[in-house]
Design a protein. Structure first.
Length: 79
């Protein structure tokens, strides 16, 4: 599903696409789904698009991305 979201946004400039992908996942996916995304990416990174790999830095997941949570919450895309 993450790759489908990335494919939908791939026509945007990269920075904008990363922002749109991460915002969609942060707002629409349950924390458990975001955690599963990180786990799947760690196990099978080759299965994910480069856009998803880059967007992970902006995806809220306290288990795998705890330092970024404070920054994202201030920008309004926390989840």
């Amino acid at each position: 599903m993450a790759n489908d979201i990335a494919r939908f946004h791939q026509s945007f400039p990269e920075d904008e696409a990363m922002q749109l992908v991460s915002e969609h996942i942060n707002k629409s996916w349950a924390p458990s789904m975001r955690e599963k995304l990180f786990e799947e990416f760690q196990e099978h990174p080759q299965d994910f698009s480069a856009l998803i790999a880059k967007s992970l830095l902006k995806i809220n997941c306290t288990k795998y991305n705890p330092v970024k949570t404070e920054i994202r919450d201030k920008q309004g895309t926390g989840g």
